[in-house]
Design a protein around this ligand. Structure first.
Ligand code: IPM
Ligand code: MG
Length: 358
């Protein structure tokens, strides 16, 4: 298996190094993994003047999977939009056609106290959000800021974007979501805003059509505002959620905080052949970069997802996830999840603990 490793910015290098330790264990046991490094985000801009350099794109296209750390940092905020780190991330998603973004929100029982919700509301939480990742208002044309005639007859600036989904885009992500629901609790909730938006009306119709092919899965629909409310009222009512790019961006951040620990949550972004990019859902945390205190578990768990979805090796995925559960049960905690009475460790010590647990 060929793996493109893109540490990116901020804490990206530190957390990816811990995930690579896990991969090295598997390599040492004979797994055929080849790793090659590339620049992305601010690191791409610094090294090659582009947040997604050609070399990185080529490396990623040729790889079976991509492991990404994080992108972004305050030093890049003043750059022109196309040169900003975030644009590198959006472009690689689009270029590799990674349309299905899987964002689990799972609460480890030992961390229930870290949630801002009551422990009984979140205990046992296990949701999978499937976010469409290459369409919607993120990529729709036309978009821009331009001068138009205002109410007083004078020119004023207007900003505009286009929310757009085609049937085929909705259909393919719906199939992924139904497929995942089949392997889990067999309940899928489609989230849109069909009471206001035509784009959402189409989304709802197409998801309902696809549902006919999955009679074992119970489909429900919610408007996004109601879904946001239900997610904090009673999050355990959900099994799998499927939604568009912008709603999924917002709801997945919200869902991640139910678990109290954004540093624990991995993600997968898949194309139709299960090639994937794997990354923690948290950002580059420039404020703590370089201090060896970041939580590497989301990145390590992203490697588990890589084994599950791209390498179709559930046994190894389970083994990595079990090792993470074990270090949590043993009381190892990085600062973000530390509570009185547990053992505060550095990023690299956490990586070592997972390796030992494996
Ligand atoms: C995410 C992030 C990105 C997004 C940003 C950094 C472009 O918020 O992965 O959720 O909006 O998709
Ligand atoms: Mg986001």
């Amino acid at each position: 298996m060929k793996l493109a490793v893109l540490p990116g910015d901020g804490i990206g290098k530190e957390i990816v190094a811990q995930a690579v330790k896990v991969l090295d264990v598997l390599k040492g046991e004979g797994a055929g993994i080849e790793m090659e490094y590339g620049h992305i985000g601010g690191a791409g801009y610094d090294a090659e003047g582009d947040p997604l350099p050609e070399t990185t794109l080529k490396l990623s296209r040729e790889a079976d999977a991509v492991l990404l750390g994080a992108v972004g940092g305050p030093q890049y905020d003043k750059l022109d939009r196309p040169l900003r780190p975030e644009r590198g991330l959006l472009r690689i998603r689009k270029e590799l056609n990674l349309f299905a973004n899987l964002r689990p929100a799972l609460l480890y029982p030992e961390l229930a106290g870290a949630s801002s919700l009551k422990p009984e509301v979140v205990a046992g939480l296990d949701i999978m959000i499937v976010r469409e990742l290459t369409g919607d208002v993120y990529f729709g044309q036309p978009r821009g800021i331009e001068m138009r005639v205002g109410p007083n007859g004078q020119g004023e600036r207007v900003g505009f974007n286009t929310m757009i989904y085609s049937e085929s885009e909705v259909r393919r992500v719906a199939h992924v979501a139904f497929g995942i629901a089949l392997k889990r609790g067999r309940r899928l909730c489609s989230v849109e805003k069909a009471n206001v938006l035509e784009c959402s009306e189409l989304w709802r119709d197409v998801v309902a059509e696809v549902a006919k092919e999955y009679p074992e899965v119970e489909l429900s629909s919610l408007y996004v505002d109601n879904a946001a409310m239900q997610l904090v009222r009673n999050p355990k009512q959900f099994d799998v959620i499927v939604t568009g790019n912008i709603f999924g961006d917002i709801l997945s951040d919200q869902a991640s905080m139910l678990s109290g620990s954004i540093g624990m949550l991995p993600s997968a972004s898949l194309d139709e052949h299960n090639k994937g990019m794997y990354e923690p859902i948290h950002g580059s945390a420039p404020d703590i970069a370089g201090r060896d205190i970041a939580n590497p578990l989301a990145t390590i768990l992203s490697v588990a997802m890589m084994y599950r979805y791209t390498f179709a090796d559930a046994a190894t995925a389970d083994r990595i996830e079990t090792a993470v559960k074990k270090v949590i049960a043993q009381g190892y905690r990085t600062g973000d999840i530390w509570t009185e009475g547990t053992n505060r460790v550095s990023c690299s010590a956490m990586g070592d603990a997972v390796v030992a647990a494996m």
